[in-house]
Design a protein around this ligand. Sequence first.
Ligand SMILES: Cc1ncc(COP(=O)(O)OP(=O)(O)O)c(N)n1
Ligand SMILES: Cc1ncsc1CCOP(=O)(O)O
Ligand SMILES: [Mg+2]
Length: 498
Amino acid sequence: MRRPKVLTIAGSDTSAGAGIQADLMTLADFNAEGKTVVTALTAQTPNAVFAVEPVGNRILQEQLSAVKHIALRGIKIGLIVAPAQVAIIANFIRQLRQKTAAELWVVLDPVLNASAGSQLQLPGTLEAIQSQLLPLVDVITPNLDEAEVLTGLRPTAPNDRVQAAMQIQRMGPGSVVIKGGHDTAGHCLDYGLCGQNHYWLQSPRQAVSNSHGTGCRFSSAIAALLARDYPLKDALTLAKAYINHSLALAKDSPEANLPHPGWPENIELFPRALPNALQNPEPLELPPGPGFAPCKTKPLGLYPVVDSVDWITRLIPLAVKTLQIRLKHAGPDELRQQLTEAIALCRENEVQLFINDHWQLAIELDAYGVHLGQEDLLKADLSAIARAGLRLGVSTHGEYEMMLAHSLKPSYMAFGAIFDTKTKDMSGQLQGTERLGRYVRLIKNCPQVAIGGINADNLDSVLATGIESVAVVSAITEAEDVRARVKVFQSRLEGLTC
Ligand SMILES: Cc1ncc(COP(=O)(O)OP(=O)(O)O)c(N)n1
Ligand SMILES: Cc1ncsc1CCOP(=O)(O)O
Ligand SMILES: [Mg+2]
């Protein structure tokens, strides 16, 4: 699916800074093909709304009928001005879902109050949205004011934000994103309650005189990304980076619209991802001191991940210079023995050996480095790992986890799983080569490794992304001729390794 089709159901904004006009430009920036159904005509500038005129029910219905045969992957809903419109739109979504088994993401930006401050809706619209639309919505994106209207509580503190999101979730939406753009603190803290999971994104506050249309852009970006099969946490991260970029480029003029800056590619403008703590989220702190030691070989090149000292003994004579030992089932004695042998063997042969998971033993046995997954990252003593001079490699599966890992300045970051793999259940976490290419362009100041389903047949498509190191299990351990297979990888990676 190159350009998924996404429908925006929203109001027209004469200034084109918000509404259906901003939605279309945002959808285009995220490679989605926009379709439109207009709910209302408005006459407005970025600072004032002069008039709002709902479209009649008949033409609203006709517009929806005209798009109902399109294979939509997403719907973004913005301004709805009358209770009858809510009923028509809710009916349309129900019918569409009955008609097709394909996934259809519905994102609602509950425009309950224009940023210019006027009342845009007829009486009863809010109640109709709550009772008829919210049960059909996958993601709702209220700002603090809208969350207050929906819950009766202004969720200023992080824990209040969690409680408010849970209250809104009980009204029907699968996921609730409370935006911190109206925070008074020095940073904006966005909170996503995605199903049962909690995500926090923090960005420095940018003082701009006109933030008209940020909500429209944010929700349209999310709809486009969900339609492109992005998990919601990654869609939030990218949508926030998009808003941050737009605000950073804003002209200091109250009349100028915020720009539509294209797919986010500047890491400096990405939000910081915080660990999934329920209350009072705190950033993962960089360990004090010089941080994690750099890897000696850059790039890492061919990086086999193996489950025994025997494999290490077989691979060292083949000039493999980076290895990982990944022991999932060994008891404590066997674990210690295997790790001790592996570390000694690799040290003798100047091979960089990473220990998967067992960071305490890795420190105790003075290993070269450790590789940690996201869960382990939150539990491990990162300062102890850095103090001991060990390298740290971190697994990431998408933009949210990348931002979490990036703030720690690890020795390398792994991106996976690129393809389906039999070695580990990675369902729901496949990245593909298009996303891998974006990661390579985004993360410039940290060595990168791709992992998951990489083999001799798809290696060229992986390397075409610009990645210079690949971690593999079965491509090596299940090869009929291991020596020949290692040579294939080494020769293709040749010239990339130094
Ligand atoms: C280089 C590399 N990348 C990713 C992984 C996966 O590690 P993790 O997320 O800790 O999962 P398990 O390997 O423990 O199942 C890796 N091992 N190596
Ligand atoms: C450990 C791991 N982490 C992400 S994918 C993966 C398995 C990679 O194995 P293979 O190279 O056989 O696909
Ligand atoms: Mg692990």
